[in-house]
Ligand binder design. Sequence first.
Ligand SMILES: Cc1cc2nc3c(=O)[nH]c(=O)nc-3n(C[C@H](O)[C@H](O)[C@H](O)COP(=O)(O)OP(=O)(O)OC[C@H]3O[C@@H](n4cnc5c(N)ncnc54)[C@H](O)[C@@H]3O)c2cc1C
Ligand code: SF4
Length: 466
Amino acid sequence: MAIAKEQVRMNEQDPSVRIKNFDEVPFGYTLEQAVSESSRCLQCKTAKCVLGCPVAIDIPAFIRALKNGNLYEAAEIINRNNLFPAITGRVCPQEDQCEKDCTTKKLGDPVGIGKLERFVGDWIIEQRAKGNFPIPEIKERRDEKVAIIGSGPAGLACAADLARLGYQVYVFEGFHELGGVLTYGIPEFRLPKSIVKEEIKVLEKMGVKFFVDFPIGKSLTIQDLFNDGFKAVFIGSGAGFPKFPGIPGENLGGIYSANEYLTRVNLMKAYKFPEYDTPIKRGKRVAVIGGGNVAMDAVRTALRMGAEEAMIIYRRTREEMPAREEEIRHAEEEGIKFLYLTAPVRFVGDENGMVKQIECIKMELGEPDQDGRRKPIPVEGSNFFIDVDQVIIAIGTVPNPIISMTTPGLEVNKHGVIKVDENMMTSVRGVFAGGDIVTGAATVITAMGAGRKAAKSIHQYINGDL
Ligand SMILES: Cc1cc2nc3c(=O)[nH]c(=O)nc-3n(C[C@H](O)[C@H](O)[C@H](O)COP(=O)(O)OP(=O)(O)OC[C@H]3O[C@@H](n4cnc5c(N)ncnc54)[C@H](O)[C@@H]3O)c2cc1C
Ligand code: SF4
């Protein structure tokens, strides 16, 4: 039977409606849509999709079960490798991972693996709430304690696997809420916080103990944890320190890092004013500098916070933008203005020290740099000004140095990322690390993959095999 060339479309909120609310944009598949999309999978013998998934979900098997209407089996298959499918199904950059080499692409769209995973993930949450789907079984409880620093995707995935192996797992989180970027960075309209909470709840039910408002390096050091009887430590503290462009005027009022802006809106719920009285500027002409997912989240948030004009300033072209295609499309549909081949050279303030203009310069693309991306080169004499009343900088992040500064012998590179060996062990024995703190800013699923790999190594280490 010939398969449909196009993916089953997921219904979404209309752009004119959604720019006025923080509700999730896509509605998710119905069962009928999910079964129909799963019938597009060719069930390849050598499944390249699995190789593209950093946690190696048996994708053809779960899609087959779904196609046959066996949701319980599909859920079990996914949960073997990933306890967070409702999260990853929503935020994984599938086009660069599992869907990248999907054979169906030769005939049309790739199979919507992420959309199907999201469907199964949501089904699991629904069924667990009714007591119809179990919490993963823990065969044998062990006495050894393992400490996890940070409750982002890396820490959560590591905690999940260690809990399944029976360890006493303690997660220490510096913020007052769990989830890392899933909670403080990615906005509600892309990843509802209720979904993050539900998937974390599973870990709590498995016996993982969470401590919030507990920054390691301040409350306790890693050495204190060992003195307290922990057998191993996993650092999953992310890369949450913002970078700035280093140009004149960047300390003016009304200029935020994306990190601070999104944290105020998401974690501290500034969008729920007056229920939450979090101070934040609601700019009318907002410019976001950058072209990644963080920039798209910031600009779309600014629009929902009341901006009349919200724009992206990016020094390359649409083609080179690192943001997910879906996020760019959503931003375009919502009326975000894109200024490509443009870079800021200085910010201009008014008499009260608030930003009022950005001086920009046009760029052109030169030869590819070491990453293979064409290097932007300023076009001399092309400077121009843009009127703004708020600027959000989203040009990348680096790790917070608090842990490396308080852990003697912990080696980091010149960017502050922690060095690990092939088993994810750092230069300090018994201390492992993974996620953005090792790779620099990356993706949710690569952080989860790293957390899982570290859990395996921690198990070997505690058993004396490493
Ligand atoms: C706005 C935004 C949007 C993004 N969108 C996507 C997307 O759509 N898809 C995607 O795949 N990726 C996306 N990413 C990237 C992705 O979220 C990260 O790569 C991923 O979260 C990294 O996981 P992590 O566990 O290493 O770190 P984090 O998620 O940063 O979690 C680290 C946690 O450690 C805590 N911590 C730090 N220091 C300490 C300490 N000393 N003691 C205790 N706790 C500490 C932090 O508070 C934080 O909660 C996005 C990132 C941002 C910022
Ligand atoms: S976890 Fe992410 S990469 Fe893996 S199959 Fe799911 S959507 Fe694809």
